[in-house]
Design a protein around this ligand. Structure first.
Ligand code: PEP
Length: 237
């Protein structure tokens, strides 16, 4: 079984998210899809969705508090309202665009770990690090595990090279194979790949040893595209 996760980022409204989730939910039931599907809508579109067992709705982000004075952030009570128990932490856009430090990321990880959340924890190197070679890349990723309990049983790690995210240019099969082989030696949890995954390349990516699934942004935002991706992944089971 594979894991197929969709990150809406700053896309979809409350209305379109509801339609999307309802339609994907129906699709999973009608087609008897067995893979684990995750959807991460924007915070404003979270709700109590009725979904089949293998469709999980998660939060793209939340602050490491129950509630309080953190303007613009949401906390545990806002996720509890919708029974959200899954969260993305360490996404490259939060690290590199929103300026989240490893310290903040580890505080989030530990807070949501203490609450028993399923955490999809993202790591990945920028282009200038990739260009320095494999050992620099692995060293960079190693630092992204600082303060993170890799033995936490409810973790999924997503390897997402920054230069492949939202660019349309995925990492090569050889590069993914190499990095996943190294990472899987230190991880006991499922390991996803993310970075310009789409219908045309998902099959070869899912075939790579140690790839337990994918985290997808752009190619998952249109319902028909996401259904195609789910279909292709399903045909490989
Ligand atoms: C992501 O947001 O995690 C991602 C992989 O985006 P994209 O598929 O657009 O590269």
């Amino acid at each position: 079984m594979k894991i197929i996760a969709s990150n809406f980022k700053t896309n979809h409204t409350r209305k379109s998210t509801k339609e999307f989730i309802e339609n994907i939910n129906k699709f999973l039931i009608d087609k008897n899809i067995k893979n684990d599907i995750y959807i991460f809508p924007p915070a404003t579109a979270l709700d109590r969705f009725e979904t089949t067992n293998n469709l999980t709705i998660g939060a793209q982000n939340a602050f490491y508090v129950k509630d309080g004075s953190y303007t613009g952030e949401i906390g545990k009570i806002h996720l509890d309202e919708f029974n959200i128990k899954t969260i993305l932490i360490g996404h490259s856009e939060r690290r590199h665009i929103l300026g989240e430090t490893q310290k903040t990321i580890s505080l989030k990880f530990n807070y949501f770990k203490s609450l028993g959340y399923k955490i999809i924890y993202c790591v990945g190197e920028p282009l200038e690090i990739k260009n320095q070679g494999l050992s620099q890349t692995l060293g960079y990723i190693q630092k992204q595990f600082e303060g993170i309990d890799l033995d936490y049983e409810n973790t999924i790690v997503a390897y997402e090279p920054v230069w492949a995210i939202g660019t349309g240019v995925s990492s090569t099969v050889e590069d993914i194979t190499q990095i996943h082989k190294k990472l899987s030696k230190k991880l006991s949890c499922p390991l996803l790949y993310g970075g310009s995954v789409k219908a045309s390349n998902i099959s070869e990516i899912l075939d790579i040893t140690n790839v337990d699934g994918v985290l997808i942004g752009t190619a998952s935002w249109l319902e028909e595209d996401f259904k195609d991706i789910i279909d292709i992944a399903n045909s490989k089971n």
